[in-house]
Design a binder for this molecule. Sequence first.
Ligand code: URP
Ligand code: ZN
Ligand code: ZN
Length: 481
Amino acid sequence: MHDFDIAIRGGTIVTASDSYRADVGIRAGKIVAVAERLTSAAKTIDASGLLVMPGGIDSHVHLAQPAFGGPMMADGFETGTRSALAGGNTTVIPFALQPRGQSLRAAVTDYHREADGISLCDYGFHLIITDPTPSVVQQELPSLVGDGYSSFKVFMTYDDLVLNDRQLLEVFSAARRCQALVMVHCEGYDAIKFLTEKLEQEGKKAPYYHAVSRPEVVEREATHRAISHGELIDVPIMVVHVSGRQAMEQIRWAQQKGLKVYGETCPQYIALTADDMKGLNMDESGGKYVCSPPPRDHAAWDAIWEGLTGGVFQTFSSDHCPFFYEGSQGKKNPKARTSFKWVPNGIPGVETRLPILFSKGVAEGRITASEFVALTSTNHAKMYGLYPEKGSIGVGFDADLVLWDPKRKEVLRQEIMHHGADYIPYEGMQVTGFPVMTLLRGEIAMEEGKVLAQPGQGRFLKRRISPYALPASGRAAASAA
Ligand code: URP
Ligand code: ZN
Ligand code: ZN
């Protein structure tokens, strides 16, 4: 009889607060010991020379999502979560989207059909509210929050998704009442529409003009408006996928004022620029980089690093939103070739998120390994009600781990990816630091790029209320609202 099912020996444990040499003992899917030297295990994994970190939690991915009235997504739960595990992640939180005119509860039921028995890694659902009718806001939302869907996203742009200011205020009030965490896509609908029409009239229709139609000021204005609405209602908000200085500074300003405003950024905002959308001589290949908000420029990268190192951003997520490039569902489908406005918005990234941040962050000396863990795992667990089962290494946590070679050099290429898309926007990028093994609740789910987990191995995670969702004025105020 052994003390442990698995002992991971000889590695360097990295948590959001510390980095130290120790072994990890796992029994029945849980971490049961962290000690200088563990023996008596049915299986031993040699982690010498490797970092042992909590599995990545990607709290912003889109899988099998009705695609904004456009082409279908390249990933459902099977390929999307396979890709997640290959990239060193153990939990993803995609979005159950309420199509307008339909019930939110029905959207969640439908979405479970896409995921349950199929997902290879653990998963929770955020909600997307597109139609905040009284029954959605007063009945469905509170009941869903109680059932473990404790966060939702709202959009300030996109024809099929946008909420007007009155609707935003209504859903912010509802979030405050039921203590859900609100994620906001901050880009101003009318300004984008205005600029898009103007560009089209001028014959500027290539993918590059997607970036011109959504400049930073449009993101800054919407970010400020969302912050103001949050302040008015006294509800925390999470501003997702921040692309550059202007929005980052709005969030920092709000935080300095004492408002509960959180920020998320993504790999595309430290690794791509608007110029990538020029493709080859302004051709359709620029569509491979079309996402919203669009990537900006090198000065914006610097601003994002300022936000990452200065505590403005709590989470670094992928915003994995994969579309094909080729074919009738692809980014260069015949309609998309007529104008940038028809190019599906979103890029794949769940598998490349951790290597890009580790390489540009830890290997290039901008952040510590502990900051990397906070930004890619621990803060996601805390922010979205998964802590203390997920997001760290200690006795009682799920044995969700990534064994990471900090020295390994890899070239990111489509050929080594596990997702459903037919390209990556980071083709040819060299990274230092790569996952060599992922363990999901104590099972080896990926080893040396080979995904061993099976469909259905991932569990649905009912998420508790996030402490980050409590209003600045406290719990009592929330219950009085
Ligand atoms: O372009 C993007 N980011 N598409 C995904 C949808 C969203 O707004 O997150
Ligand atoms: Zn968004
Ligand atoms: Zn997104």
